[in-house]
Write a new protein. Sequence first.
Length: 581
Amino acid sequence: STQRDLIAGEVSKDISRRKIIPAHIVHAHDEGVLHYHDMDYAMQSIHNCMLINLEDMLQNGTVINNKLVESPKSFSTACTIVTQIIAQIASGQYGGNTITIRHIAPFLRVSYNKYFNKYKEKYSEEMAHELAEDRMLEELKSGIQTIRYQLSTLHTSNGQSPFSTIYLEIEEGHEYEREMALICEEMINQRLEGMKNHKGQQIGEEFPKLVYLLDEHNCLEGGKYDYITKLAAKCNTKRLVPDYQSAKIMRRNYEGSTFPPMGCRSHLSPWKDENGNHKWYGRFNQGVISLNLVQVALTANKDMDKFWEILDERLELCKEALMVRHNLLLGTTSDVSPIHWQHGGIARLKKGEKIDSLLKDGYSTLSLGYVGVYEMTQAMLGVSHTTKEGEEFALKVMHHLNNTCQKWKKETGLGFGLYGTPGESLTSRFCRIDKQKFGEIKNVTDRMYYTNSYHVHVTEEIDAFSKLQFESQFHDISLGGCISYVEVPDMSKNLTAVEQIINYIYHNIQYAEINTKPDVCFKCGYEGEILLDNDLEWYCPNCGNREKEEMQVMRRTCGYIGSNMWGKGRTQEIGQRVLHL
């Protein structure tokens, strides 16, 4: 199915380029002016990423393969249904999807009540409670195991695992607070345990991505759920997850609300229903167009007036490309993907009903992405954007991009947002094109990649706390999508330092990750960092093993965890990353 999808993708891309996307936008894409993401899906009426409205689907039932799936009567059944929903959702879109444990927590109570009612017929209430509690915890473990193994082993229609994210949140005072905490703890515990490959060797998992919400009760300042955060810190050192989101910063940036990213980093803008209540789940992103900021700077050739003129011209081109994406979705009927549009994933439209109302008034988002803030600043000023002069310029550009998105929003009523692009191969493509056009320029085109979005360059010496503090100001502007990370060595024997970073994230930045290097050599059993040679080939520093099948190299790339396989540009970037601690 993977090979078939790749072949179909090339054919679809060719048709899209020749018949669907305007020629001047295709030309701009080819010239590296912008990037029309997921061009191979342009001829199909499907969208990018989303937050699944799991609450509606589980509480009110859904339909899968024309079979009615009623509200589950136990936690284990709920977990099985969740994995089926995710698989079906992922097969009908091309971006990531996210669920929250908040929506499955009620079914843990359902299982407890079922067992309690059964046992109280034979035993005292106290004994019935103890027995029901034991059975519930057993079911919790098996249910979470079901989710993990299903999402790690099943394939979607395009032959890959679903790009799925699970939001680990605990709300104090919530009816199902305890259940949320239990699920959260079990999810992290099991991830820490890991899995085995086909040879029985211990490995880490790439999916699902876990995002852990930090709040007053679990930010390591004496809160009641600090013990779960300490477990998360331990998991970070071995499995790279979870990522951390600050409820404190989220509430400041999103009208008092907390909600997860759609997949990797894409964030929704606030939207209220007819009752004035914020709605997050059942919303989605229509698509992304990314702007090559470095090429704007190189074309301007250090002329600041020319830079702003070219930037505005290219922003208009990006807007036009985004409107192409929007217009291609207009007129789509709910029949294109019933689980999304008819059975609760996003909405419950009638058969044949158009999805147009969900594309307008900011209900869904259109993302303006950007690449290379660091290289742009170097090209214009000859300094990094971490210098005073460079920072002022970079922030001025970011504010201009965001203000432009807000202007488009007012003009059209559509949900434009600024998005820090996670360009895995794109950063190499842009750099390769610009190197051919402008030659090799120090600190700009002299590598095989550009820097993702606003990030500090991977080779720049900076401590973890300063990096997070610096990048946090870009988060506050790039609210349609942002994430930061710090690179750390083996921290398994220094959990206190990991906990300090986690606490710092809570107080200072919206969304961040801690990157360790939990690699394994299966030939000699070495656990630690697998190294890169000058030819960008991986090898075990202990036994010299170079067989990719006999090692697991896990690195976070573009917000997701990848293992062993990256393009040359991304591999070079990974190899050049300096430690921040």
